[in-house]
Design a protein around this ligand. Structure first.
Ligand SMILES: CC(C)(COP(=O)(O)OP(=O)(O)OC[C@H]1O[C@@H](n2cnc3c(N)ncnc32)[C@H](O)[C@@H]1OP(=O)(O)O)[C@@H](O)C(=O)NCCC(=O)NCCS
Length: 385
């Protein structure tokens, strides 16, 4: 006989379950509205810098000029990657997925941080700065290592976003590229109790350290149902190949019940507001680059889904990963580096939530409904079939 259910929520993927109170971000999935501590992302994306949003999420207020200057200076100081970590990355196979490399490097960094196991508020804030500053260096360093190009060191004269583009591409970026990436980084910084933020809070709730919690979060983000969807979306656009192929490809996807990466969301039952902004950014960048084939494919495919009863009935709209794939492609980012760039933004949300969890922690420990057999008699090895 099976056990009685212990809760009513087994198999629901915790849909609708509130596991924390937060001041960081509010997601309204019915009207498609996202706010960070009360500020609408429609205002933040075109106006705020990445550093301003980091300050907002960490300190629950927008910085004044001197607070912003102080944060920028702190992040600049923490960008340098330790030579031991660079050596560690060099021994990894060049075929390793950049998310696996990022997860490994972040985990290894804890061994060198004297504050790694100090979970007090000041040490945690320092670690949030360090992780946010160094993750772009890890991403860019891995890119340079795997394509056999000289590693470029961080530039103290450049802000966060510009410096990253410089380190990965080897040239000072133009203003359009910086603006587009900044908007992307602002839009992805936090998003309620998404899966990777949840996993970072679970790790923190055991009184484990910030490096462990961020490493957990990177592992969770990697999956294609979460942050890995941006790479998968680009792979889908490549598979389609040209705008003329969209209709036939879509019919095949419907016939084979294929999921389309970058479509659908647990919370949004309407257009994801981040996708609204990213669509415009993707369009502008495509036109600036003199060709909009990938954007045209994405837009045509979206149109097909919007006209099809299957997608209409289920309220399936493009999510953040759909048009951001085109933005990142147009910025010259390789497909498998898309998810690391998601992590480069979300690290401020993760660390903000980790610090918030510490403010009012209780072990996060749900239950499972046991559905296996009970009270089985022990069978000696020689009697087992
Ligand atoms: C995001 C996602 C995991 C949300 O999952 P969820 O809330 O558990 O929703 P479900 O998987 O229960 O899907 C609900 C229904 O919509 C369908 N559906 C969801 N996403 C779909 C997609 N991208 N393409 C086609 N059908 C989809 C499901 O098949 C299901 O249909 P059913 O009711 O007939 O079984 C899901 O939409 C998905 O896999 N999207 C693609 C991956 C992606 O873009 N992830 C990034 C999210 S930001």
């Amino acid at each position: 006989m099976s056990s009685k259910p212990e809760t009513a929520s087994a198999d629901t993927g915790l849909e609708g379950i509130i596991i924390a109170r937060t001041q960081k971000s509010k997601v309204d999935g019915l009207i498609g509205k996202l706010q960070y501590h009360g500020y609408n992302v429609f205002d933040l994306a075109p106006k705020a810098s990445f550093e301003e949003v980091a300050y907002l999420l960490w300190y629950n207020k927008l910085p004044n000029q001197s607070e912003l200057d102080g944060l920028k200076a702190s992040l600049r100081l923490d960008r340098q990657l330790r030579p031991e970590i660079i050596e560690l990355m060099k021994v990894l196979p060049r075929t390793a997925h950049p998310m696996a490399v990022l997860r490994t490097a972040v985990s290894a960094l804890s061994a060198f941080d004297p504050d790694a196991d100090d979970n007090g508020p000041e040490a945690n804030l320092k670690k949030a700065h360090r992780l946010t500053a160094v993750i772009p260096t890890i991403i860019a360093t891995w890119e340079r290592i795997r394509i056999d190009k000289p590693i470029l060191f961080p530039q103290k004269t450049l802000d966060h976003t510009e410096n990253f583009l410089f380190m990965i591409n080897g040239a000072e970026p133009d203003e359009t590229a910086v603006k587009a990436l900044e908007s992307y980084l602002v839009l992805l910084a936090d998003h309620g109790m998404n899966a990777s933020t949840f996993s970072s809070r679970v790790t923190t709730s055991t009184l484990s350290d910030m490096y462990s919690a961020v490493t957990t979060a990177i592992g969770t983000l990697k999956g294609p149902a979460h942050g890995g969807a941006n790479q998968k979306a680009m792979e889908t656009f490549r598979e389609i190949g040209s705008p003329e192929n969209v209709d036939a490809w879509f019919e095949g996807a419907i016939a084979n019940k294929r999921r389309i990466a970058g479509i659908g969301h647990r919370v949004y039952k309407t257009m994801d507001p981040r996708a609204t902004v990213l669509r415009e950014d993707a369009k502008a960048l495509s036109l600036t680059n003199g060709g909009s084939k990938w954007f045209d494919i994405a837009e045509r495919l979206e149109q097909k889904t919007r006209e099809h009863p299957y997608f209409i009935e289920r309220n399936l709209y493009p999510n953040v990963d759909y048009f951001s794939a085109i933005v990142l492609y147009e910025l010259g980012i390789p497909d498998d580096q898309f998810t690391p760039l998601f992590a480069m933004s979300r690290v401020i949300g993760w660390t903000a939530h980790i610090m918030e969890q510490w403010e009012n922690n209780r072990l996060i420990r749900p239950r499972a409904e046991y559905v296996g057999p009970e009270d089985q008699p022990w069978l000696p090895l020689e009697e087992r079939g």
